[in-house]
Design a protein around this ligand. Structure first.
Ligand code: SF4
Length: 240
């Protein structure tokens, strides 16, 4: 299979300058889920639907640029990156796991319990790295700590449908070897600019829901950032 050279990918990425983001769709999702029955359902539904919208926009942009990501199932080099999210998003991921069928839920919990025992020292090291530091990605990658939700036998995500925004917006359009050969490859692309519409609308929903559901703390949950492993460790320890 032949892959696009860097110069061509760069040229195609410039086409994003003429792409019109459908911001209305994000607002529509927020307005629509706010009509759901239970407050917490609105938030979980909003979380998933806004993320789906992010994935949808990315597909549209791919079409606009005439490129397709070379990322494939079973390729998980990016699942060793630091995933930094808010406490609100962590709560949504945990709630999604809790709402899975018994077998899947128990299997994830057992996996996480073992993960935090086996990787104790590495988790401690990685989750105390200052994520404001510009070298954090490289330092974290050097530790080669897999994401707690990565099944390292199949290289697949155990909570794929609930994976957070950083996992969805990181893309390679070139040879996947770049990800294999470099801890922090420069050839990959991050669609982080989608964060604003996603988080802005999740914020709107959280604000409404917090009035009625005391497990959602507004705005505290939205302003507390941490590593995904730190949030999951806290949850699993609470469960014990
Ligand atoms: S949440 Fe899933 S997709 Fe994201 S880093 Fe973890 S294993 Fe990978």
């Amino acid at each position: 299979m032949s892959y696009k050279p860097l110069e061509e990918v760069k040229q195609r990425l410039e086409r994003l300058g003429t792409y019109e983001l459908n911001e209305e769709k994000f607002v529509e999702v927020a307005e629509c889920v706010l009509k759901e029955e239970e407050p917490i359902d609105r938030l979980i539904e909003g979380y998933h639907q806004l993320l789906d919208e992010v994935s949808n926009e990315m597909k549209q942009m791919d079409g606009h640029m005439g490129m397709t990501p070379t990322c494939q199932m079973g390729c998980a080099f990016c699942c060793y990156f630091p995933i930094i999210i808010t406490r609100l998003e962590a709560k949504m991921i945990i709630r999604s796991i809790e709402s899975m069928n018994e077998k899947r839920r128990q299997s994830i919990k057992a996996h996480l319990k073992e993960y935090f025992e086996v990787n104790k020292g590495n988790v401690e090291y990685c989750t105390t790295l200052d994520f404001q530091n510009e070298d954090v990605k490289l330092d974290y990658m050097k530790a080669q700590l897999p994401c707690p939700l990565l099944n390292t036998e199949t290289n697949t995500c155990m909570a794929y449908e609930s994976r957070p925004l950083p996992c969805r917006t990181y893309v390679n359009y070139m040879d996947p070897k770049f990800c294999e050969d470099h801890l922090v490859p420069e050839e990959t692309v991050s669609f982080e600019f989608l964060y604003e519409d996603y988080m802005g609308n999740l914020n709107e929903i959280a604000q409404e829901v917090a009035h009625e559901d005391e497990t959602v703390k507004y705005p505290e949950d939205l302003f507390e950032y941490n590593y995904l492993p730190a949030f999951l460790k806290e949850w699993i320890q609470r469960e014990e």
